[in-house]
Design a protein around this ligand. Structure first.
Ligand SMILES: *Cc1c(COP(=O)(O)O)cnc(C)c1O
Length: 223
């Protein structure tokens, strides 16, 4: 990630206090069944460090390349931190991703399942579902989910849940409830859903992971 402009600056102590305060507010509100993933894409090391100092240990990144530049050092310092990949994974980045991430939320196609299954790892996986049929979003269509899960099983790829980004139009709550129903049908305990704007609805629908960026870190600095 190129560090430019504001990104090179240390966040002011005001911003650091805000990160700690936001995390504390989330911790107070979330039931124990929900893991808060602090989405640190587009954030510099100092902001992430402020979240680590405040006790946050689950983080999400959406680009393997950016994560490779920020996280090896942070993971060495905080071996108890857990890193989640929440963006699309190219098959040529599979080895890098398995070496860095602890949980990959974005299994979405047979080719990726096959590439991941060729490597040994202790990584946990979730399948991303594209509920709105939006071509610009990755994820498997609900109709293709049974076959993809069957392939994961056959390939010994341990899938523990489903992830979704609901379409921007429409009621997110409905999509969260539908994802919860799909997960239940397939006996999957994990549900990765809900972001800064809709995490309450996701928690109400049974989310086990919420992925929150802006509401913790404030504005993102474009990588
Ligand atoms: C960026 C991102 C988030 C966090 O979004 P905010 O609106 O900043 O909370 C969550 N999930 C995914 C997949 C993302 O790419």
């Amino acid at each position: 990630m190129r560090l430019e402009g504001r990104q090179q600056c240390r966040p002011s102590s005001f911003e650091m206090n805000n990160i700690a305060a936001a995390l504390q507010t989330f911790r107070r509100q979330l039931p124990a069944s929900v893991t808060l993933i602090a989405v640190s894409k587009g954030q510099g090391i100092e902001a992430i460090q402020a979240a680590l100092d405040a006790g946050q240990r689950h983080f999400g990144e959406n680009r393997v390349q950016e994560a490779l530049q920020k996280w090896p050092l942070l993971k060495a310092r905080y071996p108890d931190s857990t890193l989640h990949l929440i963006g699309p994974l190219q098959t040529n980045k599979v080895k890098d991703a398995l070496g860095l991430f602890d949980v990959i939320h974005t299994i979405d196609r047979p080719k990726l399942v096959e590439a991941l299954a060729r490597e040994k790892s202790g990584v946990k996986f979730l399948v991303q579902v594209n509920q709105g049929g939006e071509p610009q979003k990755s994820g498997i269509a609900p109709a293709g989910l049974p076959a993809l899960l069957a392939l994961c099983k056959k390939s010994n790829l341990p899938v523990s849940g489903l992830m979704t980004i609901p379409p921007q139009t429409g009621d997110a709550k409905i999509y969260f409830q539908k994802l919860a129903a799909l997960a239940k049908r397939h006996n999957l305990p994990g549900l990765s859903m809900g972001m800064s704007g809709d995490w309450q609805e996701a928690v109400a629908a049974g989310a086990t992971y919420i992925r929150v960026g802006g509401a913790i870190f404030g504005a993102r600095l474009k990588p």
